[in-house]
Design a binder for this molecule. Structure first.
Ligand code: 5GP
Ligand code: ZN
Length: 148
């Protein structure tokens, strides 16, 4: 089968599967769309109803996505979260975003995950640990502030 090309002018890459979904060259179960944003079901859901929210323009991750598009996707994520809660009778919602491969990002087109959660569904979030000392906390906060 011939490769599906996408014509999203922002991509510069014909390899982005989410651009292909935007363009219609790859099918997806779309749940919401407006001029800037598309929401569709994740093909491998954590629970049914797990939805991805993407800007229609191609950006790789949060770092190269303009604030206006980030605002658009988070606003849609709220709308979709409410609908997914109602539709799936979920008790709660996780909103997640992976940025760069070391975080677990696999598809390099900016996206938010809206994930329905249920009491006692057995899923754990990532492990946490205390800081070693108050000095480590203070140094960490100061280092971040210095990088702003
Ligand atoms: P990431 O790990 O990059 O944050 O998440 C990418 C998500 O995209 C994964 O949860 C994965 O299941 C989903 N995904 C990958 N390929 C497709 C696809 O072709 N169609 C849809 N609907 N979702 C996909
Ligand atoms: Zn893309």
């Amino acid at each position: 089968m011939a490769a599906v090309k996408n014509s999203n002018p922002k991509t510069g890459s014909a390899d982005c599967i989410f651009c292909k979904i935007v363009e219609g060259g790859l099918s997806a179960y779309r749940v919401y769309e407006d001029g800037n944003v598309l929401a569709f079901l994740d093909i491998f859901p954590i629970h049914p109803g797990h939805t991805l929210i993407i800007p229609k323009k191609h950006y790789a991750n949060i770092f190269d996505t303009p604030e206006s598009d980030l605002q658009s996707i988070i606003a849609v994520a709220k709308k979709i979260s409410l609908a997914v809660m109602r539709a799936t009778k979920a008790d709660a919602i996780n909103i997640g975003m992976n940025n760069k491969p070391a975080s677990g990002q696999v598809v390099m087109h900016t996206h938010l995950h809206v994930i329905p959660r249920f009491k006692d569904d057995g899923l754990k979030t990532w492990p946490q640990r205390p800081y070693g000392s108050d000095a480590e906390k203070a140094k960490t906060a100061e280092t971040i502030k210095a990088c702003l």
